[in-house]
Design a protein around this ligand. Structure first.
Ligand SMILES: COc1cc(COC(=O)c2cn[nH]c2)cc(-c2cccnc2)c1
Length: 238
């Protein structure tokens, strides 16, 4: 899978992708990330990318020309790609959408805005407008990294044998169970006995109960389409 990122701060993306799971996936050749500086697609000596908003108002708006020039440059190879604009106004990004992007897109262009936003006419060249949450960031770069990270984790082989995205809690429709590791007793805070029992059936049941308990407490909105067994456990918790 290939990600092409349009941004005025390429170093934000380049720094992050060298580390962890993404770094390994890049080294394995499972994913490719190319970052383009929008200032390289300007036509003035000051490499201007923003201007005052028509109609007045606070702040600056990013101009269409650098985005247009960059998108036309990418499209010159005539390869299919999904163009995604990161914005607070976009449709909500979820694990389900990450799965859809991984399954359907061989290449994605992630378009990062800053300032008060970008010229609305850029959207004529975009396939999707996506938000990672109900808050305003200083720029789309963090949102682009969230999308790259969550989609790459789903690519078969990206996580290696030790991890599996399929096991990720959101893939199962609820929050994760608690995790513990050594020491068994930290200043009197002990690891739950069941996890030391070696009884894998009991451990699995305990983990399911804990996951449902956490989900009921923090994200009841996720509790739908439960299996009869999960519903039974949930009823015990209520
Ligand atoms: C493309 O237009 C944008 C993009 C961004 C950066 O992205 C996010 O904030 C984001 C992406 N997913 N969830 C949030 C921010 C603004 C913006 C800034 C100030 C006031 N109002 C809007 C505009």
């Amino acid at each position: 899978m290939k990600f092409e990122v349009l941004t005025i701060f390429p170093e934000i993306i380049e720094c992050y992708i060298k580390h962890g799971v993404l770094g390994k996936a890049l080294n394995k050749g499972i994913v490719e990330v190319k970052v383009y500086n929008l200032r390289d697609f300007t036509s003035d000596k000051h490499k201007k990318v923003d201007d005052y908003p028509y109609g007045g108002g606070a702040g600056m708006v990013m101009q269409i020309e650098p985005f247009y020039n960059a998108i036309m440059h990418l499209k010159a190879d005539e390869k299919p790609r999904k163009l995604v604009l990161l914005s607070p106004q976009g449709r909500k990004f979820t694990q389900k959408l990450a799965q859809k992007f991984m399954e359907e897109s061989k290449a994605m262009v992630l378009i990062c805005g800053r300032y008060e936003g970008i010229d609305e006419r850029v959207k004529a060249f975009v396939d999707e407008e996506v938000s990672i949450g109900d808050y305003v960031l200083s720029g789309g770069e963090l949102a682009a990294l969230v999308i790259i990270d969550s989609v790459v984790r789903l690519i078969p082989g990206a996580l290696g044998d030790e991890l599996s995205a399929v096991e990720d809690s959101f893939m199962k429709g609820f929050l994760d169970y608690p995790h513990y590791t050594r020491p068994e007793d930290f200043k009197g805070m002990k690891v739950p006995e069941v996890l030391l029992s070696g009884d894998h059936k009991k451990i699995a049941l305990w983990r399911k109960r804990q996951a449902l308990k956490n989900t009921l407490k923090n994200r009841p909105d996720l509790l739908k389409n439960l299996s009869p067994e999960d519903m039974r456990i949930l009823k015990e918790l209520c």
